[in-house]
Design a protein around this ligand. Sequence first.
Ligand SMILES: [Zn+2]
Length: 370
Amino acid sequence: MFSNIKDQKKAINSLKQLISAGKEAQSYLFYGPRGVGKLTTAFEFAKAVNCPNQNDYDGCDKCSSCIKIDHLTHPDIDFVFPTPKFDVTYEGEYKKENEQAQVQNFIKQLKSTPFNRYKFSKATSIQIDTIRRLERKILFKPAEGKNHIIIIAEADEMTRQAANAFLKTLEEPPYYAIIILTTTKFSSLLPTIISRCQKVRFNSIAPEVIEKHLIEGYNVDEAQAKIISRISNGDMAKAILMSKEQQIETREMALDFVDFIMNKDFEGIHNFSDNFVQNRNEELLRDIFDFLILWFGDLLYLSSNPSRIVNIDQKEKLQNFNQIRQLSNKEIQEIILLIEQSKNLLAGHINFELIVIDTFYHIYNRVYSV
Ligand SMILES: [Zn+2]
């Protein structure tokens, strides 16, 4: 049911209004940031329009139609997503066992942990063959439900050929067809595709909503939930993933680094940097940067707005830090900016070693204004 989706009232209300007014569009484009529920909403929408027990323009989650859609076994729902170029028959059967297994793994993971996408080993796209197959299938009237529904996840990954081929279907879909495209990269889609769709915008999720969901839905403790909700940038999927992975350890690492600074422990800083240079773990480094940004942000709040402190369990340490070296707001902001810039550089594949050493030593130098 739509109520499973967090903090997307506007998008869902506009969809419900369309259903209630009998004005369902035939083609939709769900767009917005990653991890906010676009694909989940697409499936909920498919359930709602095909559910015989539709209530308040929502699916019932109990009838065979809803259950089949949940299990991705409904004959009238075609779900397409980017994959590597696999060997497929005219009908869409996978010729190679290991390729079929990869697709099954993707679907399995999508159903069990929708926030954590299975990663294919090779580059992915939506190929023209897949689109051609959809075009043939959509000509069949729905076998069980009212509508034949096509859901294309990450539609921006359609190859140019595939996108061009798909335009024809978007232009004149059969009366029973509903097409839903999802994308995080609105501007990567062909304008001609965008213009043929009813656009539904999804927003990033408020930190408070993420925090509550982590506590209630995933048993994350309050302090942890508060931190994760602030660094996940409105991305529920990322937040859930972070609460499951070794983020506690990562935060401990960042706090160790804070200790090195407080103790003027050069050897500690050296070993810490060296470790990254050796391992080249970009993702971990990015997370460490995020935690450090939060730490210095908390220093800003310490006197001005303590209720906004994220590292609430580290108040004493924050105060100690402040006593060792009382930084002005401007100095703190400069340090945050420095770390932000390093994060951006990381995305640009610039010399990894240089970023590591530069950032960690610069933070130290800024703190002590060397
Ligand atoms: Zn139902």
